[in-house]
Write a protein that binds this ligand. Structure first.
Ligand SMILES: [Zn+2]
Length: 300
């Protein structure tokens, strides 16, 4: 899968794409432009609101599995299933924005800008994939942050391993899932950690709870049921709490997004996309509880 991510300081220069990406130069440029708009919006948010103080540890030494356990411990999560990943990241000072779903080939990306971590998520994917992408980008921020700028297949492997361990803690999985489970049992168990069936199958294999053969058989059956290309009957997309509050405040103060866009000199549809479509939803009085509106929405 192609990913765009892990720029270090300045998104127009330091954001790099994975080595095997098919992302075209045009797409890269468009995504960089979105990052630039987000930074512009973020500067305004910092000025007007008190945002959570960044609290993301960076480690370069430990293996991804250990690093994930250390972050869980720092954040007081214990062995419990990870809560809403967007809310969790935001609570620890990560600025989370949504990528325009038009860039379907880009799952997510992240970067540190000075001492502030940024994560961008593609909202067109399933809720389970969104959680994994959030944990994967957290892995990049933690492992490939300030002093070790690693990109390419090795960085991807590490970030995936981090996400897997963060969402499905070793001890908890070992305590709850017996060896040799079938696809049916995987489909039941995945609901506990709110991960994709394929991600859980991979984790079970990784922890030695599925043999090579059992893993292949389970993946084949899950793929036949549609779990390779999507997540049938999956969870709703997680969305931003911070940006929902900002949207609500804007609305209360009679300053709709369209006006803010004019003030900031930004296109309002792109601003709304970045804000998980929340500004649009709230302007139309539909509440913010549902999954983020995926398409490009034009404000009138
Ligand atoms: Zn990555």
């Amino acid at each position: 899968m192609s990913r765009y991510e892990n720029g270090l300081n300045h998104p127009t220069e330091a954001v790099s794409f994975g080595a095997k990406t098919k992302t075209s130069a045009r797409k890269q440029k468009a995504v960089r432009a979105q990052a630039a708009i987000a930074l512009h919006l973020h500067a305004w948010l910092e000025e007007k609101f008190t945002l959570p103080v960044p609290d993301v540890p960076t480690f370069s030494r430990p293996e991804p599995e250990t690093a994930a356990e250390m972050v869980r411990s720092c954040w007081g999560l214990g062995e419990a299933p990870a809560p809403n990943m967007v809310h969790l990241l935001e609570a620890h000072g990560v600025r989370v924005f949504a990528l325009d779903p038009a860039h379907a080939e880009v799952d997510a990306f992240s970067f540190w800008r000075d001492d502030t971590p940024f994560v961008f998520l593609n909202t067109a994917k399933s809720g389970e994939r969104g959680r994994f992408d959030g944990a994967h980008e957290l892995g990049h921020l933690v492992l490939h942050g300030h002093d070790r700028s690693l990109t390419g297949p090795e960085a991807e492997r590490e970030a995936n391993q981090f996400a897997s361990a963060f969402l499905m803690p070793r001890a908890d999985v070992q305590a709850r899932v017996p060896a040799g489970v079938t696809a049916d049992q995987i489909l039941k168990a995945k609901r506990f950690w709110r991960v994709s069936a394929m991600a859980l199958a991979y984790r079970l294999h990784d922890l030695g709870l599925l043999s090579d053969w059992q893993h292949r058989a389970a993946c084949k059956e899950l793929a036949e049921l549609g779990f390779r290309s999507g997540e049938p009957g999956g969870i709703p997309r997680e969305t931003s709490q911070v940006l929902a509050k900002v949207s609500a405040r804007l609305r209360e103060s009679g300053r709709p997004l369209a006006r803010l866009a004019v003030e900031l000199g930004l296109p309002s549809d792109e601003l709304n996309s970045l804000m998980f479509g929340l500004a649009f939803t709230l302007n139309h009085g539909q509440g913010s509880g549902g999954p983020a509106a995926p398409p490009r929405l034009h404000l009138v």
